[in-house]
Every structure is written in C-alpha cells, then in structure tokens.
Design a protein around this ligand. Sequence first.
Ligand SMILES: [Zn+2]
Ligand SMILES: [Zn+2]
Length: 266
Amino acid sequence: MHGKEAVLVPPLVRTLALLPIVPSGFDTDAFGTFTGDVARVGTALEAARRKARAAMALCGVHTAVASEGSFGPHPGLPLLPLAAELVLLLDDELGLEVIAEDVGTDTNFAGQQVLDARDALTFAARVQFPSHRLVVLAEGAPAATVRGIADADQLRQEVERMLREHACVRVQTDMRADRNPTRMRAIARAAERLAERAAKRCPHCHWPGHGLVGVERGLPCADCGEASELVRAERHGCARCGRSEERPRRDGRTQCDPGECQFCNP
Ligand SMILES: [Zn+2]
Ligand SMILES: [Zn+2]
C-alpha cells in the first residue's frame, strides 16, 4: 500500500531469479498502523510473516517478501529515537525464511502535543517537513486522525480545526514509507542486505540464505586491552541449519581508541 516495491524489487531481481508481483487491493494496514488505530499483534517478525503469507494466498504463489518497521525511544540513548526495519523473504516450497534488518537512529520519528498552530509549525520545522509528511491526531478519537499532511497551510488548518473539537491534539511524523523518504532509504538498505543474503549459500548445508545475523561486542581498547561496548565482529549465519561463524568487521578495525573505552575514559 505504501510503495515499498520501489526499493524492495530492484535488489531482489538483481540477485535472484524472481518475477515480482505487487498484489492489488491488499490492505497491509489491517496488520497494524503507526497511528494506533490498528495495533500490531506480536513482534515485527510475526507481523511480516503474516503479511507475507496473506500475500502468497492472495496471489497463489509460494514466495513472498514483506517488510515491517518499528519505531520508539532508543533503549540506550535517552532522547534519541530508534528505527528498525525488518524485511523478510519467505519461500514455503523451499521451507526458507530469510531476514535482513536496518537498525539505527537515522529517523525523524517524533510526536508531541500541540496547543496551537504555531506549536505544530515549530515541531514541523525540526522533522524535515514538508518533504516528510505529518499526521494530526486527537486523543481518544482515532477516527479524526488526518494523515499525509504535506503543506504548512493544511497543517495550520487541521490543527486549528482539531483543537476546536478535541481537548488533546498531537502532531506526529507520518511513518508510512511513501510519505517518509528517510524511512524508504532505511528499507532500501535492508532490502540490499536481504537480496545479498538470500543469494548466498551456507558453507555447511549449501542452502541459500546465509548472511549477517548479529554482531559480537567487545572491540578491545588499543591502550588497556579491555573489551569495549563497540562491535568487535559480525556474526554470519544460515537461515536453515542455524550454524553461524564470526567474521571480522568490514572496516577492518580490530581495536578501539582509549577515548571510546569505558575503562580508560569512563
Ligand atoms: Zn582502555
Ligand atoms: Zn546451513
């Protein structure tokens, strides 16, 4: 529904022999929305699996790709938001489930209560509006939500109208992929990883779907040698047999600076 095929299809058709079909009339909002009117059931992975299986049933195929985003406060860095994009390739004929992610703080995810239109415009100025759209919501009235607000006049009008009718009005970033270029870029990065992983065979079982499954922390300090919180190595694993192995960091770093070490620079 939100144009993700623009970034999902090119890397997948480059590495895999796929003929992509975008199902028409498929209501992905039924699996959860970012404005709270439809709550997502379960984890992002479970939601992506449900979307993929529903698309397979609708199109009569055994392979599907789905994506699911999650946004919230960063667990380790107060005041910063964390964005996680998960993309999934399911093949029920091969019994294959390949997952790739893009996780980071590169997101405009934010929202706040507003008391007047000026509040809303001040908020808009710091979340890349109007290249990134906005949503106006009234607490306790999900049906009143206005999405995809694209210009300052419309924002002012909607906020003033909502404030006349509701006690508590909020403005938040529109997280739908085609209204949020930052999010679309994150999905594009996850899609590149998915395509790379789906095309790569496991060195143990030779099944496709081998790639980055996580990271190992503890990059040693160049000065004291203690393990830091920084990423020491990547872990690459198989989507089928579950075996994994450690790989060095892509940037070749094997040590951290004493300035990044919690023992030398607490
Ligand atoms: Zn140190
Ligand atoms: Zn394997």
